[in-house]
Ligand binder design. Sequence first.
Ligand code: ASP
Length: 626
Amino acid sequence: MIETPSSAASLATPYRTHTCGALRASDAGSPARLAGWVHRRRDYGKLTFIDLRDRHGITQVVVDAGDAPEASEVAARMRPEFVVAFEGEVALRQPGTENAKLETGAVELQVRTATILNEAKTPPFYINDPDAQIDETLRLKYRYLDLRREAMQRRLLLRSRLVHAIREVHHGSGFVEVETPNLIKSTPEGARDFIVPSRLQPGEVYALPQSPQQLKQLLMVAGVDRYFQIARCFRDEDLRGDRQPEFTQLDLEMSFVDEATVMDFVERMAIEVSRAVVPERALLATPFPRFTYAEAMERFGSDKPDVRFAMELVDLEPELRGTDGAAASGFRVFDEALAGGGRVKAITVPGLADAPRSRIDELTEAAKRFGARGLAHLSVEASGSIKGPIVKFLGDDLAERLAARAGAAPGDLVLIVADTTAVTNDVLGRLRAELGTQLGLADPDVLAYAWVHRFPMYQWDVENGRWDATHNPFSGVVPEDEVLLTTASGDPALPTPDDPAGRARAMQYDIVLNGWELGGGSVRIWRHDLLERSFALQGYTRERMQNMFGAMLEAFEYGAPPHGGIALGIDRWAALLSYQVNIREVMAFPKTQSGSDLMLDAPSEPDAAQYAELGLRFVGVPTRPS
Ligand code: ASP
């Protein structure tokens, strides 16, 4: 574990000999000077007790009016959050009054002199009550006070240790840390760009990087070999709990690699970092399980499966077809789905066989919300008999075989969706994730990393008549599928929905942690001819291609090594390692759902001079997206 040296002598300053987390029983009898914030003050007539706080801890300070009358007067004026300093002697606490919850709980500082360094207004919320329910708007407006709270300090420190550990592993593995600029040209990652008007070149704008993607690939052309950066990325999209307009990625790129080289390095790095930052948390499996996209969708109905619990999707089809191969289960919804090329699949929910009608209705509603037409169910009663409204269509025998195929035991509930493959997998995948949380099936202490790779390279964009890259426009094709890219169905410059490229799989891999996508990357297309073809499939004209990616296309004519990389969301990683579901909880100064910084009051209107300098004028303010 990488420790923050709270007790180190190097933290001594003219204001203090020790931090508020440093004093121990062995210091009893020594003089000490402490400085910090008043966490709590208790007056007992002659005696005043002050809990003095800094980010290293809390130390109890005692002022005895008999021994130090002046200090006692000063202490009487101290209020919560005043910045104060004390000088005195460390003493063991009275037997029975030690505080085992504090690391400094064996001792107290018996004060000779007390100083108020700075007064404080009454804070808008309690900083010293860990259970206080505080409105988030208030927390964000007074973030500097919110960050004083112990839980926030702990998360900030965890994040700092995380980044430290990441740097250590990379520096130890031949990586070079390179900073790439923030004022650049668009590097698309599927979101809108934030743009910055140029004063020196009126009428032109920079784009803030959605990621350093093109720059890191150019660094590979530059021969850097292994690059990493703790990079700030900017994406103008609607915000959710795990999204912010600016966020931080661990961005890396490696030369002369294939998929396995990158995945193996990232896996080792993630293990070492996790062990360094949260040694108390168990890793579910090493090596991390690796699923192809197809397998992940088939088994978990998700490309970011939470593998801390099973509840896998089971294909019921083999039981539903007769000996002649026709779907003849007797239940029309199942038979029609199969006849139409769809699927009938199930998940088995432990212990829900006795769920009341209202609970089944809720699950059915959820399934509909996720896009299914309905949800069928079978309950396995304690006696082993199968109940449910569809049993009268299926017959007891088939119902029993279906429940057995789904692996259901007495007391279990089998939920069945019959629809297209995509809808069936997706709906069951979401139900699985939701029920996993609701029923507490996932051990919150465990870290379950997994890989999902071999994603489809493209998906047909009906509206625009082109193939959209499912991930990154620069992702390479798996070597076996290269031929699918090079054989066009017609004019290679004009994408069509029948292009064999639609079946191509990308050398793309996502790393997943506890059901969250932690990061994604790919081995890139590094051959000029394939890159041009891929861009053409994605509907870029030569001109647009040149305009958007000119530097990269040109660079690729000067000897680009095979290369690949990945980016991992530091905010998400820090959130998952500190049991948070919202990344705002691990960001020092996050923005609200509408992209505002409530503390600095940003965004704000430019002043008149700025308009003039930039030659800008808002011609109309669009209505805010709701
Ligand atoms: N640039 C990609 C992203 O930000 C990551 C990568 O492919 O390396 O999502």
